[in-house]
Write a new protein. Structure first.
Length: 314
């Protein structure tokens, strides 16, 4: 009996060690789009919430329809936004904006406890990058023409090497709460204006509905118009710098702050990672609680093998 107990104890210990080591060594795959993947590190779990492949052949029929509809709507809204903000007539956008996306919930553990985060991955097509560069050049040259200033040269067409060179030329930035205050005041004013504009459009479109739906739409508009003036975003820290990674040059940004409503504050952290690829940009947005900011920053640095560059082509 004693021998059997000893064997069972040995087996149990071996099982615990195997499971424990497996938990530490395991890695989940994060899809970066365009055929590129990266594995999580240090036992971090990545659960897929939603995913649309950049490869049309790997999508369902419904997903292909959805991507086409999103691109068509984005192109329409883009033209309307440029006219509203810059009062400029620009060529209509014809091309793709988004090639695919992925949404993950990340989870991991440290001595401080359990950490979770949301990781959103967007694959932005080079069509919109080229269009944005051309339109920006056109608008700037139009404004500067009145001042008889020298025209800007045409923007370089997007390529991975051009994008990496541009990122490498960027200098590191670090801003504290005092420096960010006037920036956030302008940002909140703009958000307030844009949200009210959308609500006005929503009310106008609602008039085409049945009387019952008109009433429901107007009630929603009225409630949101009371909420918006009391809503704001605060930032207390911002940093950005170029990095080298296992995939090439990347740009990483981090902002810490809070969402505020009528005295209530929800602190949080946003991380932005941009990776140039041949077909376009992979943009990742990391959303987490402020208390987990340092944990997730280190996890993604490890996942991508990030090494800071001095920037400014140095």
């Amino acid at each position: 009996m004693r021998t059997l107990n000893k064997k069972l104890m040995t087996l149990a210990c071996a099982t615990c060690l195997t499971v424990g080591m497996g938990a530490v060594a395991c890695a989940d795959t994060v899809d970066l789009g365009y055929g590129m993947n990266v594995e999580t590190r240090n036992g971090v779990k990545a659960s897929v919430i939603d995913s649309v492949s950049t490869n049309p052949n790997l999508r369902t029929k419904e997903q292909n329809v959805m991507v086409n509809e999103v691109n068509a709507l984005a192109a329409k809204r883009l033209g309307e936004h440029i006219k509203e903000v810059y009062h400029a007539e620009v060529p209509p956008f014809q091309g793709k904006v988004i090639d695919g996306y992925n949404l993950y919930q990340l989870s991991g553990d440290s001595a401080l406890g359990h950490h979770t985060a949301w990781l959103v991955n967007y694959n932005v097509n080079k069509d919109i990058i080229n269009y944005s560069g051309d339109v920006a050049t056109q608008i700037v040259n139009s404004v500067m023409a009145d001042k008889k200033a020298e025209k800007l040269p045409d923007a370089k067409p997007y390529s991975r090497s051009n994008a990496e060179n541009f990122i490498t030329s960027l200098k590191p930035i670090s801003l504290d709460q005092k420096s960010l205050k006037p920036v956030m005041e302008k940002f909140n004013t703009r958000v307030n204006h844009d949200m009210n504009t959308q609500l006005n459009l929503m009310a106008i479109e609602g008039k085409k509905l049945s009387p019952k739906d008109q009433l429901a739409t107007q009630e929603v508009v009225d409630v949101l118009k009371k909420i918006i003036p009391n809503f704001s975003v605060q930032a207390i820290d911002f940093s950005a710098r170029p990095y080298t990674s296992k995939f090439g040059v990347m740009q990483a940004m981090s902002i810490r702050g809070s969402l505020n409503y009528d005295g209530f504050m929800l602190p949080g952290s946003l991380g932005l990672y941009m990776l140039p690829q041949d077909e376009g940009l992979t943009i990742q947005l990391l959303v987490t609680e402020d208390t987990s900011h340092d944990y997730w920053t280190k996890q993604l640095e490890s996942m991508y093998s990030l090494k800071a560059l001095k920037g400014g082509n140095k």
